[in-house]
Design a protein around this ligand. Structure first.
Ligand code: FAD
Ligand code: MG
Length: 293
């Protein structure tokens, strides 16, 4: 069977796109490896009507609603290779099965490259975050540590005082200039030059000189890139953003390969569930139009 659209990535963006297509009675195949970016967090914030809900619950409820449409096929697994061209794409999954589709949608999300600090990885999404709109409110205006990864961290440290008293740990990642220092100081940000040794307790920072500084929560600007290289291997152009790299699309969410579209974190900044869902809904409608006209 040839599907109208093969959606690679069945999370918020991919499902929002699939929903539009299914409601137009199109044959949709969703291939999903089940590795949502927010799988480390127990609560998702800022998505209207679902504030504070477990992100897994939001996704599973959506999937349940999609599965009620008879033209959906859902495959759990990793799409390893995409090839072909408009009206004749083929996607091969890790089990060696080939799936045919007229259009492709990459809704594959991004992965976060985290600073290599002992104890940071296991606290990601629990007491270490990247987005204050998602996780700042719950810190109750407490003390916030911002672990720098490079010059982009100046921006993060300038914004964070909205959510608490901020210490910026340069951690040898860059040196702010005089103007940046003055701006941060004017916002009440303490700049700490001593290197971070590891994280301890809930969100405590152990410094190289032995000091232990406790915080209500920590932020760091992770560098992102498409979670899997499948779009890049098809030949889609990958572009730089201030946060890392993403799949380049036009206003209709079509990539540089005709008939192959991309949406969600993998193809737009900034990132949130709300924006991924909006981007996905738009991509779904544009995919539909590309099949009709
Ligand atoms: P994802 O949700 O990342 O889903 C991508 C899907 O594609 C995954 O299921 C993945 O397995 C699949 N996939 C990738 N490649 C392949 C392949 N080759 N084959 C098959 N499947 C594939 N946002 C908020 O709005 N509120 C929050 O509170 C919030 N908290 C967050 C906490 C953390 C720790 C992080 C890291 C992010 C948080 N975000 C939050 C951001 C949010 O997670 C993303 O914006 C959102 O998940 C993007 O949705 P998406 O569908 O584009 O990608
Ligand atoms: Mg998705």
């Amino acid at each position: 069977m040839t599907h109208d659209v093969i959606v690679i990535g069945g999370s918020y963006a991919g499902m929002a796109a699939a929903l539009q297509l299914l409601r137009a009675r199109r044959k949709v195949l969703v291939i999903d490896a089940g590795q949502r970016r927010n799988r480390f967090a127990a609560e998702s914030h800022g998505f209207l009507g679902q504030d504070g809900v477990d992100p897994a619950e939001i996704a599973s409820k959506a999937r349940e609603q999609l599965l009620a449409y008879p033209t959906l096929t859902w495959v759990e697994g990793l799409a390893e290779r995409a090839e072909g061209e408009k009206d004749a794409f083929a996607v091969t999954t890790a089990d060696g099965v080939r799936h045919d589709g007229r259009r492709l949608l990459f809704a594959t999300g991004v992965s976060d490259a985290l600073p290599a600090i002992e104890g940071l990885g296991e606290r990601w999404g629990k007491s270490v975050f990247h987005c204050p709109y998602c996780h700042g409110y719950e810190l109750d205006l407490g003390r916030i540590g911002c672990i720098a990864t490079g010059p982009i961290s100046v921006h993060q440290a300038q914004l964070l005082p909205e959510w608490g008293e901020v210490t910026l740990f340069l951690n040898g990642s860059f040196t702010p200039d005089a103007e940046q220092r003055a701006d941060l100081e004017a916002r009440g940000v303490t700049i700490e030059e001593t290197l971070v040794t590891r994280l301890e307790g809930k969100a405590d920072i152990r410094l190289a000189d032995g000091r232990l500084l406790p915080f209500a929560g920590l932020f760091t600007a992770s560098r992102v890139s498409p979670a899997t290289p499948i779009a890049e291997h098809l030949g889609c152009t990958i572009e730089e953003t201030p946060f890392g790299t993403q799949i380049q699309t036009d206003a209709m969410k079509e990539t540089t390969i005709p008939g192959a579209f991309a949406c969600g974190d993998a193809a737009r900044i900034p990132h949130s569930v709300t924006l991924a869902v909006g981007d996905g809904a738009w991509a779904g409608a544009q995919l539909h139009r590309s099949l009709v006209f």
